[in-house]
Design a protein around this ligand. Structure first.
Ligand code: ATP
Ligand code: MG
Length: 483
């Protein structure tokens, strides 16, 4: 996550990497290329895989472009691929799997975009050059024809790749008018590849930011997720904020750049947030998988309640009371607008709402009951809450940082200890619904639910009860209630 740009690649280095990668996938491109050539059709590896081969990160996804229409592609794939499927025939894309390779083959396009509509209007094209010319960035507009392995690059993509810069094949204004989503994609690729964005592209993004509003929330969301899950999200997020795009797609983020007030000495919440995000990424290994969107987005949103709750108190003190609760609400609203799945919305907003709870922990004075509530309220987000809370410490005061870390260590130890004793995550009352009905001599209904809630509360407050204790408490509660 270093901010220092790596040295430019040389063209010779790039060419030798491509040669190596093409050899690795040689059998696929040779066989497929031959099948299409025999049928009189053109086929070329294109876009992502060509770019990724050049930077030595080619994965198992192989995208091709072809002169063949989808029906022909389908016919040429059957009998060769292990499985063939329709990825979007209307857009010309047929998918297949061959061994470890996921292949997508799309008919040449010459796409025009109606700025008033939300859907690109697809026209199939008839040349590779035309297809490449309508792609988003020059580094994505290169192809390798197969089986000949002729390299095609009409817009200087290889030079831009060597310089690690994102540039559009035509003017950025025309490109972004055709499809404003490309502005989001510029930020996404900056974050994924660690590339810079050409000044004229940044200028066009700044001038045209508002056009993003014609793009569907789902498409914007998908790019945002890729950006956030990329290796350098700070680059992409800063670009969104600096160009004004964020004001449309994630307005809570630029709002964090509260003016710095030297007299009141509060931190710049926006900078703090980007640092918390990076610190959270550094702790992600605790979740045992790759990039974790929920953890990252929670880091990004954890303080979004601050601008609304900021108060200047007497004595030069700034407060943000309830910014956790307000932030959770704003997060929910934003994620809904971006059409996220309910499970993601619940997870991220739970984390935002709980991110401050630990700060009431002091130096270990929580009661067992407070620890139980922490675990119960976090539910299956507990591990991510550990990450967020630890990441949310950006003080330069090393002693303070160490103290917070040790305090959190001790909280995790207590959770582990109590957890072993009580299986905290699955806390239930000591009596179940049938036992409650049996003891009180009542049938199903509202009272059973109330008794259950009472026993759950008791369990949280005082820990596990023996059956006798639970029964006595239940009877006392019942007597007090009906009496
Ligand atoms: P990845 O699949 O790893 O996210 P990718 O480069 O393959 O990266 P995709 O979104 O899969 O990106 O798009 C595949 C290719 O299609 C791109 O490399 C680009 O050439 C082209 N492309 C995709 N979307 C657009 C768009 N909105 N405008 C222009 N070209 C696009
Ligand atoms: Mg792709």
């Amino acid at each position: 996550m270093s901010a220092v740009a790596p040295p430019p690649l040389t063209i010779v280095e790039i060419q030798s990497r491509v040669a190596t990668e093409l050899t690795r996938i040689g059998s696929v491109i040779d066989e497929l290329g031959a099948r299409f050539a025999e049928a009189g059709e053109e086929l070329a590896l294109v876009g992502g895989p060509v770019r990724d081969a050049m930077i030595g990160r080619l994965q198992n996804d192989l995208d091709f472009t072809t002169s063949a229409r989808p029906e022909t592609t389908e016919r040429l794939l059957s009998g060769w691929a292990d499985a063939v499927w329709d990825m979007g025939r209307a857009f010309g894309t047929i998918g297949c799997r061959k061994g470890p390779w996921q292949v997508e083959i799309t008919t040449y396009r010459s796409e025009t975009y109606d700025p008033t509509s939300r859907k690109p209007d697809v026209d199939f094209g008839d040349s590779l050059a035309g297809d490449l010319g309508r792609r988003d960035f020059t580094v994505n507009a290169m192809a390798v024809r197969v089986p000949s392995r002729e390299f095609v690059d009409h817009s200087g993509g290889i030079v831009d790749l060597a310089e690690r810069v994102l540039r559009t094949p035509g003017t950025p204004e025309d490109s972004f008018s055709d499809d404003p989503l490309r502005m989001m994609r510029a930020a996404r690729f900056a974050a994924q590849l660690g590339f810079s964005v050409a000044p004229e592209v940044v200028e066009a993004m700044t001038a045209m930011a508002g056009r993003i509003e014609i793009i569907s929330a789902e498409r914007v969301r998908d790019e945002l997720v890729k950006l956030v899950c990329a290796p350098h999200p700070r680059l992409g997020l800063k670009l969104l904020v600096d160009t004004g795009l964020a004001a449309y797609v994630l307005p809570e983020l630029p709002a964090l750049a509260l003016e710095r007030d030297e007299h009141h000495r509060h931190k710049d919440v926006y900078e703090h947030t980007l640092t918390v995000l990076e610190q959270s990424i550094d702790l992600e290994h605790r979740l045992g998988g790759g990039p974790d969107f929920v953890a990252r987005f929670a880091a990004l949103m954890h303080d979004v309640g601050k601008p609304r709750t900021r108060r200047f108190e007497s004595g030069g003190i700034v407060t943000f009371h309830h910014h956790d609760v307000v932030g959770a609400k704003l997060t929910r609203k934003r994620m809904k607008a971006l059409r996220f799945a309910n499970a993601d919305i619940d997870a991220v907003s739970t984390l935002v709402e709980l991110h401050l709870r630990f700060h009431g922990y002091g130096s270990g004075e929580w009661t067992d009951s407070a620890v139980r509530r922490y675990v119960r309220d976090a539910g299956d987000q507990l591990e991510r809450l550990h990450i967020l809370t630890r990441a949310d410490c950006t003080t330069r005061n090393q002693r303070k940082a160490d103290r917070l870390r040790r305090t959190y260590d001790s909280l995790e130890e207590r959770i582990a200890r109590l957890g072993e004793e009580e299986e905290l995550a699955s806390i239930r009352p000591d009596l179940d619904g049938n036992q409650i009905m049996g003891l009180l001599g009542i049938g199903p209904g509202r009272e059973v639910g109330e008794a259950y809630a009472f026993l759950l509360e008791l369990r949280m407050e005082e820990g596990p009860q023996s059956p006798e204790q639970a029964e006595a408490a239940l009877r006392a509660w019942w007597a007090g209630r009906s009496g």
